[in-house]
Design a protein around this ligand. Structure first.
Ligand SMILES: [Zn+2]
Ligand SMILES: [Zn+2]
Ligand SMILES: [Zn+2]
Ligand SMILES: [Zn+2]
Length: 117
């Protein structure tokens, strides 16, 4: 244990310290160092991004519609990111999800609406 250093600050642990294991125990982190590298919030669930520990909202892209972090399946349309459930046709409100879409006049339309016009 004495040879181990904290993944974040690279300092060793005190004898009476109980480090937090990350990456299936591959690395150890001080309790005080187990915070988001971006926003400094204490972490519950951590995400690894660019070899830094981050919270969900800093590590995950944000949905253009609801503004929440997207974990799991991401719908990408050019520079925008959506939850599959938030990715809806503005004309008819149908959830497009992973189905095909067409972009017309800057709007992302479902195939039915795109064909109608
Ligand atoms: Zn540390
Ligand atoms: Zn954060
Ligand atoms: Zn969303
Ligand atoms: Zn539609």
């Amino acid at each position: 244990m004495s040879e181990e250093v904290c993944y974040v600050c690279k300092k060793p642990f005190e004898d009476d310290e109980d480090p937090i294991e990350i990456m299936k125990g591959k690395y150890l982190v001080h309790e005080d160092c187990f915070v988001c590298a971006e926003c400094g919030e204490p972490l519950e669930k951590y995400f690894m991004k660019d070899k830094k520990l981050m919270c969900k909202s800093c590590a995950c892209p944000k949905c253009k519609v609801c503004g929440e972090a997207i974990e799991g399946k991401i719908i990408r349309v050019e520079e925008d990111r959506y939850h599959p459930d938030c990715f809806k046709c503005p004309e008819c409100g149908t959830v497009i999800g992973t189905n095909d879409y067409k972009i017309r006049d800057g709007k992302v339309l479902c195939m039915a609406c795109a064909d109608k016009q």
